[in-house]
Design a binder for this molecule. Sequence first.
Ligand code: EPU
Length: 354
Amino acid sequence: MLVEKNVALQPFNTFHIVAKAHALVRIASEQDLRAVLADPALAALPKFVLGGGSNIVLTGDVKPLVLKVEIPGRRLVQETARHFILEAGAGENWHDFVAWTLAQGYPGLENMAMIPGTVGASPVQNVGAYGVELQDRFESLDAMDLQSGEIFTLNAAQCAFGYRDSVFKHASSAVGHQALGLKDRALILRVRFALPKVWKPVLGYADLEKKMAEQDCSAPTAQQIFDWVCAIRRAKLPDPALIGNAGSFFKNPTVSTEQCADIIARDPKVVHYRLADGSVKLAAGWLIDSCGWRGKSVGQAGVYEKQALVLVNRGAGSNGLGATGGEVMTLAKAIQTSVYERFGLLLEPEPVVL
Ligand code: EPU
């Protein structure tokens, strides 16, 4: 096992923020993780699990031991009457896995094409796009308890999925890994997906409806949806390889019907979606945009011109340094304040701030 010291993290976070890990170990197998836990000095350290680094903001050097997950593998593990069960190692690139499942003839993940990050990170924030969330296709996952070294399996209910949320985002003081939260307490090793044998397209999302109308296509294939989602994302969202970012920076807030009526009375154009439980989801991008933030910057941190929900690093690449995590958070706080003052809503950041 190699413990790398003072490792530059800029290539390992999609915001391309400059920071270092005091110590980093690459985890390519269960055995690598066992070796870490068997070493008394390493076992005692606080730990941070790093996947594709696509949902983090680094505000300084990382002091906990960084476990960089690189576990490979993708395979069909089982067929049930209604599903193909596919498994992927936590270190697999999410988009490559989605493309691979389609190429193998197992559709179902196409709406979630091009989400940056790794398979292992996908359940942590229950990734989702264009009408499909990870929880809709999730079967189970295996993880290792970072204290005991025990491997355990969680089903969807045990993962407690919510909107961009799961048991892995919550801290816990409780004993027993399924009691409350698993934040920093477990490392996801592999994830299994249940893809339906009878595939039905998930349409209905405005951007997809537009593509169907443009191409005069009422019954798209999974590959067509995949291609459309890729095109929509390329047009709207910055490519992290070119412009540092962590996807949507805030969650879309949910309000009661009454609160929404209040906001509509003041701002009739507010973009909102009614949910099945009677509450209403507001488009945070629209709220931020209507406060005039699109294209604005604090230092090298900016609000993306084509989608105000995405904060970007304007500097990386040109001067090699770019935005600091502090600049990103100052910008985020200024946005929160102005949205709060105008709409009375506190936007909740989506990425993990370190
Ligand atoms: N809008 C504006 N101005 C903006 C941005 C958006 O008016 O600057 C409006 C749009 O016109 C649209 C509405 O807000 O009417 C919603 O925008 P969009 O369809 O782009 O989706 P979103 O709600 O901003 C969510 C996810 C994305 C996901 C898309 C598509 C969250 C926090 N974000 O964005 O996920 O790709 O829907 O399903 O739920 C991510 O989590 O990192 C992410 C990119």
